[in-house]
Design a protein around this ligand. Sequence first.
Ligand SMILES: [Zn+2]
Ligand SMILES: [Zn+2]
Length: 416
Amino acid sequence: MSIRAVRGFKDVLPDEIELWHRVESIARSVFKSFALEEMRIPLLEKTEIFTRSIGEFTDIVEKEMYTFTDRSGDSLTLRPEATAGLVRAVSEHKLLARSSILKLFTIGPMFRHERPQKGRLRQFHQINVEVMGTKTPPSDVEVIWMAWEILERLGLRGLSLEINSLGCPACRAIYRNDLKKYLDGIFQDLCRDCQRRSKLNPLRVFDCKNEACRKIMANAPLNREYLCTECVNHLEKVLSFLKTLKIPFVINPYLVRGLDYYVMTTFEMVSSDLGAQSTVAAGGRYDGLLKALGGPDLPGVGMAIGIDRLLLLLEKYKEGPSIDLFIAALGTKAREEVLPWMKHWRRQGLTVQMSYEDRGLKAQMKQAGRAGASYVLILGEEELHKKQVVLRNMINHDQHEITFDDVISAVDSLVG
Ligand SMILES: [Zn+2]
Ligand SMILES: [Zn+2]
């Protein structure tokens, strides 16, 4: 039997790569306009980076990490998310000593041993943003804004923003205590997982997918009733900025985060196109994480966009592959004649293709059609003799004769 890829790991094939490039290049251009810098960090980290930052009593750490002992006896883990590693790197290289605010992004794969399903893989891909060193509402807004901008520029439909405040450590502690009391009262009715969560990480009971637990939690106290003045003001400023930016939002009081270090602003972007698995971006504030990892006591806010799910949505709007110019040159002499022109156009950034085989005009026109060429440049024996080419517009089927002297500038102005 032939060997297949590991379950939950996926190859990206040539006819899929166009969409990946589109997502990545739009993200990069949005980040440039927000003055973000790129960072690349290892896929592998010491396991404790994740147990300390994500929290030991989360599903990620308990059940989903790819953890192994290497040949030196160290416990290592394939990163299940990007924030912890980025914060580790920022702290290790003392990047915050050079500038008081860091605005970073990274794009790459993450690994979680979950049950694979459509849009959820064991090696999945994320675009991550972290803004560190500031605690102000405008920094929250910018992070939300860039996620929204990327999704909108990609042409995603049915998009909405859900937002909530988790409170600061002070008001969150009071809330947590009351929530714990509530959970103690209904302990017997909770599922087994939630009984355990109620003792270790009570907020996570809100994440339970179990119908019975969901019903019980509908009556649970909500943290918005516990927010202190500072937290209320912070949230109101964020919402007011979003209104000015015309980014529509809904306040979702049940939006809580499985990761322990999230505080105050938290958000998700949801697309109605994908049914139950509709979250395409998520993020929030994580003050205290740098300190937890042995770094400076500085606040941060970030977000992640899941590329794999996004691609499932974008596939619906996918256009076929396309090239700018196909060159149908007949015979060796004609082929040689066009080489300097091709060199020029390719340097200009045009996608130019020529048949590798010496075929007739009819076969080459067919090939140009299959390649999705916008224009075809025809150079046969007769044209070669007259020192001109025929340039054919494949969309409206117009064609012109153009002399060798004018061909470069003519293609530049038509196609470029
Ligand atoms: Zn507070
Ligand atoms: Zn439950």
